[in-house]
Design a protein around this ligand. Structure first.
Ligand code: FAD
Length: 461
């Protein structure tokens, strides 16, 4: 408590009382992110309003050896935003200005606390769009999206956050401020630090401003739904769609556990007897969208285990289909008191094998596990729902996931497609990268954060 008070007193002297909080309620409010089972109160919560203030706090942290954890909306699913070593929770949501949207240059300049949806809406007002589309976009911040290289529902056609980060302003672990990249389409002066900071999970620098690429907003979007006897059938359809030369904006799937949970939660009229559901969609000019969606429906119908294909007749129907996918997590969460959502990626052709073997693993451990995900990207979210008061069940879920990570690696995949490593996945990172690679990460971190204060216990530790 003394340490808490003295850091807080020092920070109040630097920034004034309006930006620094160390009361129990505020510290508890920032003790978690969206990852269950990870909890630690920061000693002090700081809400800077400018890059200069961020730099002052980081310099203070470096001088005193105080851990400092950058934080956006706290929607991390791998405990990335939890201050596991205590210290300062640096909350960037007050820096939420959209500084510029340039239609001729197809870019925006924003502060890190802008929400993903606010940026997309501001772009939309000028006939543009911000393509990265994480399921959390109504709350997640651009700083958090960049720090995690967030993916989402449009990855196959549009890529992920890294494909849209043109330049950054960042405060290093020393308190120094640098700018990387910028508004240029082409710029190869120096190492690509923009790309390095993207996905660095708050361990190398604090992002204080970002220049991001925008695209012309598609005039139309269309969606359809196909039901299959099993998840392997849906995966086969995904392969067949891409194999037919179609690159759709949306290819999302739900297994039977998810279909039943979503129907129970949202009452959308889904077929709860189907083994799997594939939501497919595209955007672009209306005639092309109509043709592509019809062609995807045809391809789905040709898969032997396909039971039924329907097309969304209008925007409301399309929104209902998307809502079905977006509410998978809250729907599953109602099945138990503890929901453990995971995130692995495999090469797309290995998906049928991956989903079948994940189901076997869950059955062997006797746990309820629903799988949904970004099928077009080979990105799966197996989600275990267990009783929080049953330690054996929680342990079984952890053991099952350890096998799922091993399986993903064995299939040529990875332990996280989009949520990041944070603290939750750190024990598995060596299996994915190997010791030599981990050593390089540590040396990279030391170059940007010599005092080791930025988000300690995570990447590069
Ligand atoms: C319901 C739900 C759905 C989701 N769907 C998706 C999805 O489809 N795709 C996907 O990729 N993720 C998804 N996520 C995970 C999460 O929303 C993303 O990782 C998101 O990018 C985190 O943004 P945030 O602002 O909440 O960051 P936080 O959770 O606050 O922080 C995440 C990480 O970024 C660091 N960080 C935050 N801001 C900065 C900054 N300014 N500078 C440096 N480091 C910073 C933190 O230290 C931490 O390591 C979902 C989460 C939920 C709860």
């Amino acid at each position: 408590m003394t340490q808490t008070r003295s850091a807080a007193d020092d920070l109040v002297r630097l920034l004034g009382p309006d930006r620094v909080f160390h009361d129990e309620a505020t510290r508890e409010a920032y003790a978690r992110d969206a990852t269950p089972l990870f909890h630690r109160r920061p000693d002090v919560v700081v809400t800077p309003a400018s890059t200069a203030e961020v730099a002052e706090v980081v310099r203070y942290a470096a001088e005193t050896g105080t851990p400092i954890v950058p934080r956006g909306a706290g929607s991390s699913l791998c405990a990335g935003a939890v201050a596991l070593a205590g210290g300062i929770s640096l909350v960037l949501t007050k820096m939420d200005a959209i500084l510029e949207v340039s239609r001729p240059e197809l870019l925006a300049v924003v502060q890190p606390g802008v929400t993903t949806i606010a940026l997309d809406e501001a772009a939309g007002a000028q006939g543009l769009m911000f393509a990265p589309d994480p399921g959390s976009r109504t709350v997640s911040t651009i700083g958090g999206n960049i720090a995690t290289c967030a993916g989402g529902l449009r990855g196959l056609k549009y890529g992920v956050t890294r494909n849209y980060v043109l330049g950054l302003e960042a405060v290093l672990g020393t308190g120094e401020v640098i700018r990387t990249g910028g508004r240029l389409v082409k710029d190869v002066a120096g190492y690509d630090l923009t790309r390095l900071f993207t996905g660095s999970e708050g361990t190398l620098a604090v992002i204080t401003e970002a220049t991001v690429g925008l695209l012309p907003r598609p005039a139309a979007a269309g969606y359809g739904l196909a039901y299959f006897g099993d998840l392997a059938g849906a995966s086969t359809a995904v392969d067949a769609i891409v194999g037919a030369g179609i690159l759709p904006a949306t290819l999302e799937f739900l297994d039977n556990t998810c279909i039943r949970a979503v129907e129970d939660f949202a009452v959308l009229g889904l077929d709860v007897t189907a083994g799997a559901l594939l939501l497919f969609g595209d955007d672009g000019d209306p005639a092309t969208v109509e043709r592509t969606v019809a062609r995807m429906a045809e391809v789905c119908s040709s898969v032997p285990s396909c039971r039924e294909v329907t097309l969304a007749a209008d925007v409301a129907a399309a929104d209902a289909l998307l809502a079905a996918r977006r509410c998978s997590l809250p729907a599953l969460a109602r099945l138990g008191t503890l929901t453990l959502l995971e995130d692995v990626s495999v090469p797309r052709p290995r998906m049928p094998e991956a989903v079948a073997r994940i189901a076997d693993i869950a059955a062997r451990y006797g746990i309820t596990m629903g799988t949904f995900g970004h099928a077009g990207d080979g990105n799966l979210h197996p989600t275990a729902v267990v009783d929080a008061d049953d330690p054996a069940a929680v342990e079984a879920a952890h053991s099952a996931f350890a096998e799922v990570f091993r399986l993903a690696i064995d299939l040529g995949g990875t332990i996280s497609g989009e949520h990041g490593i944070g603290a939750a996945k750190l024990p598995y990172l060596g299996a994915r990268l190997g010791e030599t690679h981990l050593g390089v990460l540590r040396r990279v971190k030391a170059a940007f954060d010599p005092a080791g204060i930025l988000n300690p216990g995570k990447l590069g530790s």
